[in-house]
Design a protein around this ligand. Structure first.
Ligand code: SAH
Length: 391
């Protein structure tokens, strides 16, 4: 039996992406596969028979394979090395003033299908693929040993699991239940309710922009639209904002937003907590604010949603540009992977044009340092944002 009989053989020319260390193999690239169970780890060969590395495979998915290594390192050993590299990559970025961060960012850290976030000693894991789900015990053992977390929560509720043939589920795997965790971000306190939350608990990817908001907020009246649990609200107040309104559809998020303001010593006065639809809020009000944060959810979850998403993005920007007083700042974001920065900028351009206001870009941003984008995998890029000045 030839060596490559037990592995995946790619079509001619389809080895190029893998040779460029792109972790994904699309089903159309596969010329021949041995019999395998979904989630099995297999070696991968070019049409010419060159060994390219190893990955895990799931025949149900259009991304049929995800590479764990591009050389002959045994795959689990390679995964362990990737996990250890991901952890040590973070060490220089954080001190005791920040106790919530992402430890493993899936493909961005060469750990396809695995997210690990750390909330002041509580580890939250997401397994998004069959292949990584099968490695759960291995990952748990390794992270348990390295980090000694007080508790581990699995939050495997990503929609991609369905395509992988997996059910969604969440539970405490070790320790717990932990009712609510308090994390620090740049010395500010935030309550994180891990089971009853969005993402894994907190939008860690916006840390640096909250830091920037804190630096820009002095003396300003702030509107935090799509506030979730008030990350930007608390940051702006810490930076000397004179008032802050927070708006989110989620009543639970708004409850925690008020709680987070209290925890940081910003009680009552000048604070508004609105459980409401941002579109309606922006249409109804006069918008007497000089600093607005717009951080909506991903309006485009699929490629086909892009047109509608852009309409939504344009609507909120036009309303804000029409109504804000001169000199206002707007911090705006899109976390839709399918709306890239040039397109997002085009949407902002059109909204500014329709509102007939002068608008300038003061700063731009991508996801935080603990959400790295692998240079070989541009698909892990999703968050982009601008700080705008309205004339
Ligand atoms: N800026 C936040 C994260 C925002 S996530 C932070 O730093 O933590 C997006 C939020 O938008 C979610 O909390 C979601 O509940 C809310 N949301 C989604 N659609 C909305 C709508 N139409 N109106 C108001 N809030 C909405």
């Amino acid at each position: 039996m030839a060596e490559n009989d037990s592995g995946i053989i790619l079509h001619q020319g389809k080895d190029k992406a893998v040779r460029n260390r792109h972790p994904w193999i699309f089903s159309g690239a596969v010329r021949r596969a041995p019999h395998f169970e979904d989630g099995d780890i297999l070696p991968v060969y070019s049409a010419e028979g060159d060994f390219l590395g190893s990955g895990y495979f799931n025949a149900r998915c259009s991304i049929i394979g995800r590479m764990l290594t591009f050389d002959r390192t045994p795959p689990l050993q390679a995964l362990e090395a990737s996990i250890r590299r991901a952890l040590s990559r973070r060490t220089p970025f954080f001190d005791e003033r920040t106790t919530g961060f992402r430890l493993i960012n899936g493909e961005g850290d060469e750990c396809p299908g695995l997210i690990a976030d750390f909330y002041a000693g509580v580890l939250v894991l997401q397994f998004s693929t069959r292949g990584m789900d099968r490695l759960k015990e291995f990952v748990l053992g390794l992270l348990g040993e390295i980090l000694s977390p007080a508790a581990i929560y699995e939050k495997s509720n990503l929609p991609s699991r369905r395509e992988e043939g997996l059910s969604s589920g969440e539970s405490w795997l070790r320790g717990g239940p932990v009712p609510s965790v308090e994390i620090l971000e740049d010395g500010l306190r935030f309550a994180v309710d891990i089971p009853d939350s969005q993402k894994t608990g907190f939008y860690l990817d916006q840390r640096e922009m909250r830091r920037m908001a804190r630096g820009l907020a002095r003396g300003r009246r702030v509107l935090n639209a799509f506030s979730y649990t008030g990350g930007f609200t608390v940051a702006a107040l810490a930076g000397g904002a004179v008032s802050a309104d927070s708006v989110d559809l989620s009543a639970r998020a708004m409850e925690l937003c008020a709680e987070n303001c209290r925890r940081n010593g910003f009680p009552g006065l000048g604070l508004g907590f609105h459980t409401a639809d941002v579109f309606e809020f922006l249409r109804a009000g006069p918008l007497d604010y000089d600093f607005v944060v717009l951080d909506p959810p991903a309006f485009a979850k699929r490629k086909g949603d892009v047109m509608n998403a852009c309409r939504g993005y344009k609507d909120i920007h036009r309303l804000v540009f029409q109504k804000l007083p001169p000199g206002a700042l707007v911090m705006t974001f899109s976390c839709s992977h399918f709306v890239d920065e040039p397109l997002f900028r085009q949407v902002v351009f059109q909204a500014a044009r329709e509102a007939n206001r002068g608008v300038r870009i003061l700063q731009r941003h991508r996801q935080a340092l603990d959400h790295p984008v692998n240079i070989y995998h541009p698909e892990s890029e999703y968050l982009k944002g601008f700080v705008l000045a309205v004339d």
